[in-house]
Design a protein around this ligand. Structure first.
Ligand code: ATR
Length: 279
């Protein structure tokens, strides 16, 4: 019997996850199926139940994407520490009635930075733009890498300040630096080695009011959105930064989920190359 997996979201039509997991499975010789499931906005728990109950082989797990990550967090019967910190779940594992929720987004970002871009966050001055779900998901994994500093800057300053305080107070973590939360004007005169855009401004083609000085010499500018040149990317390029988009993070978070489910770590470079060639 083939073990079954799926990704739940809305919209889901353009999801690359089925292709990515099919490539991982072929590469590692794992017998799995993986489908994309479009879910109505108010029927996420029912859709998960139906997936677990139906089908030929056993349902082993699922990925969860926009807008259901917070609902997946609530649905999970147990959660990993990184899912707790993120307040959202993108990976579910089903086992004997239990639903374990994990969040592989932050690990995906860190692996993309370290393994694909040669950018170890350790000792770097990091600027994280945005204070919504996408930003929250990567804060703990970044802090655990031991950056020199982590500044969270957001259009709404208060949200950044609140988020920074929450992580500064996180109990039981070996975190060296405490994040700071600012509004964009607070970035005047500041410099960073790694600038990560976790706002959704790129999706609407909006530029962020960033002073050019934030991009230090040899800075890496990381846009979490992929598949388009956002104003942030153009801005960073103009300031001399090396620019990356979020395709690597997408593939790496998928690899981390595949590892959780199958106990095998797929090679991501060939998958990333295949996706970059055929968008
Ligand atoms: P996500 O889950 O993608 O993070 P979200 O929780 O709605 O989505 O958060 C969106 C983030 O992008 C927020 O940090 C938001 O800033 P505010 O907290 O001020 O709303 C940021 N954002 C969205 N559009 C923006 C824009 N045009 N300029 C600057 N920041 C923007």
């Amino acid at each position: 019997m083939t073990d079954r997996y799926a990704v739940f979201g809305n919209p889901i039509g353009h999801s690359k996850s089925p292709r990515i997991h099919a490539m991982f499975a072929a590469q590692t010789g794992q017998d799995i199926s993986y489908e994309a499931i479009l879910v109505d906005k108010d029927s996420f728990p029912a859709a998960v139940d139906a997936f677990i109950a139906g089908g030929e082989g056993p349902a082993r797990g699922a990925n969860v994407t926009v807008p259901f990550k917070e609902e997946a967090f609530r649905l999970a019967t147990r959660r990993t520490a990184r899912a707790e910190a993120a307040g959202a779940v993108n990976t579910l594992s089903f086992d004997a009635g239990a639903i374990t929720g994990d969040n592989t987004d932050g690990a995906g970002l860190v692996r993309d930075l370290k393994n694909n871009l040669g950018c170890d966050p350790a000792g770097r001055r990091i600027l994280l733009l945005g204070a919504g779900g996408a930003a929250r998901g990567v804060i703990l994994p970044l802090l655990l890498e031991g950056p020199a500093e982590l500044v969270i800057a957001n259009r709404t300053e208060e949200t950044a300040a609140r988020l920074a305080l929450e992580f500064a107070r996180l109990p039981g973590c070996a975190i060296g630096v405490k994040p700071d939360g600012l509004g964009f004007p607070g970035l005047a005169g500041r410099q960073f080695d790694l600038v990560i855009n976790a706002t959704s401004a790129g999706l609407s083609g909006t530029a962020l009011p960033l002073p050019a000085c934030v991009f230090a010499p040899r800075c890496i500018a990381y846009e979490m959105v992929y598949g388009r040149e956002t104003p942030f990317m153009s801005q960073a390029r103009g300031a001399g930064a090396r620019v990356a988009d979020g395709l690597g993070m997408l593939v790496e978070q998928a690899a981390e989920a595949f590892f959780i489910w199958r106990g095998v770590r797929p090679r991501t470079a060939p998958v990333l190359a295949a996706l970059a060639k055929v968008p």
